[in-house]
Design a protein. Structure first.
Ligand code: PEP
Ligand code: MN
Length: 252
């Protein structure tokens, strides 16, 4: 007898869009397992100078191809008003604001101004530092700009000391934040919390036990060759196996 699976939202895709082939192969793999929304970073906020900083606007055509040829929704990270202008011009379906941006009220203000009147879902990650008021303030600034469809991504926090995870999940802080915005879609990004593929399943399990609305997860057709976050990405096939083991299926 087929088991009853809980349905959750899934956004999946590579950390970075690297080239057309990688994007199309990954998106096709994800479409085959039922994913309807692809994430991929075009402008990458890297810690160190001289590392791969993304392909920038060049990648928009690959995202457009995924929309048109595969019928999938696509989203990317925006960190500057110029990014917002470029993605709106290209007709990208949704955007997310990253953890290194949500940490800065001035940057959030600038982005909120640029996003005013854009009728697309705007996802926002928690700030890198474990400050619930800063996280709340970032969402309030977007609300104040009149944005109606705001969604949350919990990606863990930088903390001092040694932890198994790349970014400490601080589940209680996340739950505290969540009570301030009841009803706002709340997703977990287990990839940036875990930092290592092997730890992704246990993070997902904990997040699901807290009844999150979905997972925002990194998937690459060839993780070991990824130009960023290579150790935390899963192939589409591995993602499918993971969802199965978690007894969840993808909500359309
Ligand atoms: C990403 O999603 O690839 C990313 C840069 O994430 P974060 O802002 O959570 O570090
Ligand atoms: Mn990443």
């Amino acid at each position: 007898m087929k088991k009853e699976y809980n349905k959750i939202g899934i956004v999946a895709g590579p950390c970075s869009a690297e080239n057309r082939g990688q994007m199309l192969e990954t998106a096709k793999g994800l479409k085959n397992i039922g994913v309807g929304t692809i994430r991929a970073g075009l402008w990458k906020p890297r810690s160190r100078f001289g590392t791969f900083e993304g392909v920038g606007e060049h990648g928009l055509v690959w995202l457009n191809e995924i929309q048109q040829e595969l019928g999938l929704k696509v989203m990317t990270e925006v960190a500057l008003p110029s990014h917002v202008e470029a993605v709106m011009k290209a007709g990208i379906d949704m955007v997310w604001i990253g953890a290194r941006t949500s940490v800065n009220p001035f940057m959030i203000h600038e982005l909120a101004e640029a996003l005013k009147g854009c009728d697309i879902p705007v996802w926002i990650k928690n700030p890198v530092c474990p400050d619930v008021e800063l996280w709340i303030g970032a969402v309030e600034r977007l609300q104040h700009a009149g944005l109606k469809d705001i969604r949350i991504i919990h990606r863990g926090f930088c903390t001092v000391g040694h932890h198994p995870y790349r970014n400490a999940p601080l589940w209680e802080l996340a739950e505290d934040f969540r009570t301030r915005f009841p009803g706002m879609p709340f997703y977990c990004d287990p990839s940036h919390i875990a930092g290592k593929r092997e730890l992704v399943p246990s993070v997902c399990e904990k997040a699901l036990s807290l009844h999150i609305d979905g997972l925002f997860i990194e998937s690459h057709c060839c993780p070991q060759e990824a130009l960023s976050d290579s150790s935390q990405q899963l192939t589409p096939a591995a993602l499918s196996g993971l969802l199965d083991s978690l007894h969840v299926s993808i909500e359309k």
